[in-house]
Design a protein around this ligand. Structure first.
Ligand code: PLP
Length: 413
């Protein structure tokens, strides 16, 4: 019998390599084993109280019906105001902003309304796991731009210039970066913006920048975050993606947004409205007032969480730097360190596992020392030599985990 089968689109979605390790860690935990997980992509804090209260009050006030697809005018206005006053993105109104189910869906929707089959999507790698699959689902051709730890996993203006062609439709930047934990300086971003502006005048008139700034607030040691949308020369071809997940410890709430100024911004957001209206509609109505509260009343809560992340970043860095053959740039933002562990490839773990890749390193670390990290293969490029360590956990756990990692590395023969 011929099976009904799935679409080519469904078949193109490969299972994630990292899921296998995550699944094994879950099974070990469920079996009562003392697994220390450094794999989380989310803050370990509870959402600040004023935000929770706003949602509870809204529920009690009966805000339980459909909301407008891209959010209430007040919530969209609050985001437009935040992006203007905090990020320096000029000319945004509520209509230049759309709210969707997490930054993830906003990215997906933006790609769906921008990419035609065959359009090139420039992607500095290693990068967050969903960019390439989302670009391909929209029919885009992914063009990777390679980076290394030595350059802080950042592309140079020359690399960008060399990658742009008449088919370039999108460049996706993510600073601070998941998985790399590094970020571009304002000057580095301005230099990239000049390349984009020039290419848009010459060989790539349809080029649009998507800048994923979801970790903008989680930055260390007085570094400055610059929003690319604030740079005049490219503002009206720059789509800013952000959300409340990381800064406000709201991953489970699913609040993300996209914004872009000017006539093009209005056209883009209206298209995202039409698409989202056929797919998810709006996010829950009772969350709308909580968005306004988060953006206007919770800077103190954010500062406290960021201070905790900063201290964990320092601790993780100092503990990791004592472990031989584990090389990484210092964490600058987000809550990840992305060390190169390839100097251990070719060795054998106590249980007999031959370490040949980040995947086998992570698997053997889990089996032998019950420490879960994310192997870097799924992030692309040189990620195959790296593991991602998330320090969104207590300092006690960091100390215990780094003890175990040191023991694991010491045990490799
Ligand atoms: C770089 C990056 N962008 C976007 C997202 C999406 O976040 P959310 O959909 O929770 O807003 C994540 C989540 O892990 C991320 O790390």
């Amino acid at each position: 019998m011929i099976k009904p089968g799935l679409s080519d689109r469904a078949n193109s979605l490969k299972p994630s390599a990292t899921l296998a390790v995550a699944q094994k860690a879950r099974q070990m935990k469920a079996a009562g084993e003392d697994v220390l997980a450094f794999a989380a992509g989310e803050p370990d804090f509870v959402t600040p109280e004023p935000i929770r209260k706003a949602a509870k009050d809204a529920l009690d006030a009966g805000l339980t019906h459909y909301a407008p697809t891209l959010g209430t005018p007040a919530a969209r206005e609050a985001i437009a105001h935040k992006l203007g006053s905090e990020n320096g993105i000029a000319g945004l109104t509520a209509k230049h902003v759309g709210i969707g189910v997490g930054g993830k869906l906003c990215l997906y929707n933006a790609m769906q309304v921008l990419i035609d089959p065959g359009d090139e999507v420039l992607l500095p790698v290693p990068c967050w796991v969903s960019y390439a699959p989302q670009a391909r689902l929209a029919g885009g051709e992914v063009v990777e731009i390679q980076t290394t730890g030595e350059s802080g996993f950042k592309i140079t203006p020359d690399q960008l210039k060399a990658a742009i062609t008449p088919k370039s439709r999108l460049l996706i930047l993510n600073s601070p970066s998941n998985p790399c934990g590094t970020m571009y300086s304002p000057d580095e971003l301005r230099a990239l913006a000049s390349v984009i502006a020039e290419a848009a005048q010459t060989i790539a008139p349809r080029l649009v920048l998507i800048t994923d700034e979801i970790y903008e607030k989680i930055i260390y040691e007085g570094r400055e975050h610059l929003s690319m949308g604030s740079i005049d020369a490219i503002a009206e071809r720059t789509v800013t993606i952000n959300g409340l997940s990381k800064a406000y410890a709201m991953t489970g709430w699913r609040v993300g947004y996209a914004a872009c100024p000017g006539e093009f911004g209005l056209e883009l957001i209206a298209a995202m409205d039409r698409l989202q209206g056929q797919v998810t509609s709006g996010i829950p109505t009772f969350i709308m007032p909580a968005i306004e509260v988060a953006l206007t009343q919770c800077s103190g809560d954010v500062a406290q969480m960021v201070a905790a992340f900063a201290s964990r970043a320092k601790l993780t860095e100092s503990r990791l730097s004592e472990i031989p053959g584990v090389n990484f740039p210092s964490p600058e933002g987000a809550f990840y360190i992305f060390p190169d562990v390839s100097s251990h490839f070719g060795k054998t773990a106590p249980d007999g596992t031959k370490i040949t890749s980040a995947m086998t390193f992570a698997d053997a670390l889990l089996t032998n020392q019950k420490v879960a990290v994310v192997p870097g293969e799924d992030f692309g490029g040189c990620g195959e030599k790296h593991i991602r360590i998330s320090f969104a956990c207590s300092e006690d756990q960091i100390n215990a985990g780094m003890d175990r990692l040191a023991e694991f590395v010491g045990s490799l023969g």
